[in-house]
Design a protein around this ligand. Structure first.
Ligand code: NAD
Ligand code: TYD
Length: 351
């Protein structure tokens, strides 16, 4: 094997796309997917590649220091792509602790293990930390987040990710650990857990349930198709400058309510409903506490230096996403039963 790569969180939404991309594009890499399999981790996301020769799964909780050290002794990793995290803002509001454990302590455990394992030969190694644009805080009507924007996290989720970003940079400056970081905007696409806006809305429209829109639906997000993020991760992992940060975004800003209206119209078409039927399900609910108003990314550094650009138009990406959810009903139904049902009731009843 030419390189042994650790991908953390590879059973989650973005991680599963990254694992598939690396396993299929780089047959001479051994790809080790370490995931705790929380509620958000699902090995069914990657059944198509699970029997490939160059793929291994290791059930690992990154908060468990010894388990992380054992993993680094078992494999001589040449690179790490760290995606494992608690990722949902609403859950970070109802229960911040897990975000501190996984996102901060889990990251430190990986940094320590990489540092001690690469001490003698750091050449050619890279610790790639995947982060979010939410660390920059909330924008007003104007402006974009650049790599120089000061951090101003405002939810327990973004504060825990900001903290992990700082630690990754500190390990670079203090210990010379070869690191690279990227901060990406909101992703959408197949395999996203249906607690996030787009898959939640698709599922509710399908089942004629109310579509909960927080506040007035005026908040703006910059949406990127998950495979575009995955392609950016591939590029940054291989060509990113050690010590640098890259912002990744879709240049694709939408107010939540406008996005939901487009989704309703796509769903009406796909479900052979009269145009306008699904929009009737839109229900304004109590706003998220501390709800960030607008995120928008300037990804010109990544575009100019590494030649990346996002591919599908939003309507095309959304249509692909809707098609995936409508034809993967078993995947969805399995997730929607049990614990998730309890979460949904807790989060949305009486809102
Ligand atoms: P996800 O919630 O779908 O998946 C997270 C994965 O991490 C799951 O497989 C889960 O089992 C695993 N995990 C959680 N805690 C763990 C632990 N203690 N040990 C080992 N594994 C653990 O998340 P996602 O949306 O795929 O996000 C992946 C990464 O990308 C995160 O770091 C997130 O902050 C970042 N990110 C996400 C978005 C987005 O829009 N989803 C945007 C920018 C950045
Ligand atoms: P989400 O998918 O949770 O991503 P993030 O909070 O990380 O941006 O939410 C996207 C936007 O949609 C955000 O402004 C909150 C809003 N939202 C709703 O209006 N209703 C919902 O049920 C959810 C989950 C989100």
């Amino acid at each position: 094997m030419k390189r042994i790569i650790l991908i953390t969180g590879g059973a989650g939404f973005i991680g599963s796309h990254v694992v598939r991309r690396f396993v299929t594009r780089y047959p001479d890499y051994l790809v080790v997917n370490a995931d705790k399999l929380t509620y958000a981790g699902n090995l069914e996301n990657i059944t198509d590649i699970e029997s490939n020769q160059n793929y291994r799964f290791e059930k690992t909780d990154i908060v468990n220091k010894q388990a992380v050290l054992d993993l680094f002794s078992k494999y001589s990793f040449d690179g790490v792509i760290h995606l494992a995290a608690e990722s949902h803002v609403d859950r970070s509001i109802t229960g911040p602790d897990e975000f501190v454990f996984t996102n901060i302590i889990g990251t430190v455990n990986l940094l320590n293990a990489a540092r001690s394992s690469w001490k003698e030969h750091p050449e050619g190694k890279v610790f790639y930390h995947i982060s979010t644009d939410e660390v920059y805080g909330s924008l007003g009507k104007e402006g974009l987040f650049t790599e120089e924007t000061a951090y101003d996290p405002r939810s327990p989720y973004s504060a825990s990710k900001a903290s992990s970003d700082h630690l990754v940079r500190a390990y670079h400056h203090t210990f010379g650990l070869p690191v690279v970081i990227s901060n990406c905007s909101n992703n959408y696409g197949p395999n996203q857990f249906p607690e996030k806006l787009i898959p939640l809305a698709i599922n509710n429209i399908k089942n004629n349930k109310p579509i909960p829109v927080y506040g007035k639906g005026e908040n703006i997000r910059d949406w990127l198709y998950v495979e575009d993020h995955s392609a950016a991760i591939d590029l940054i992992f291989h060509k990113g400058k050690v010590g640098d940060t890259y912002n990744i975004g879709g240049n694709n800003e939408w107010k939540n309510i406008d996005l939901i209206r487009i989704l309703c119209s796509i769903m009406d078409k796909k479900l052979n409903r009269q145009n306008g039927t699904s929009e009737k399900l839109i229900t304004y609910v109590k706003d998220r506490p501390g709800h960030d108003m607008r995120y928008a990314i300037d990804s010109s550094k990544l575009q100019n230096e590494l030649g990346w650009s996002p591919i599908p138009e939003f309507s095309e990406g959304l249509e692909k996403t809707v098609d995936w959810y409508l034809s993967n009903t078993t995947w969805l139904e399995r997730i929607l039963s049990g614990e998730y049902e309890k979460y949904y009731d807790m989060m949305y009843s009486g809102r």
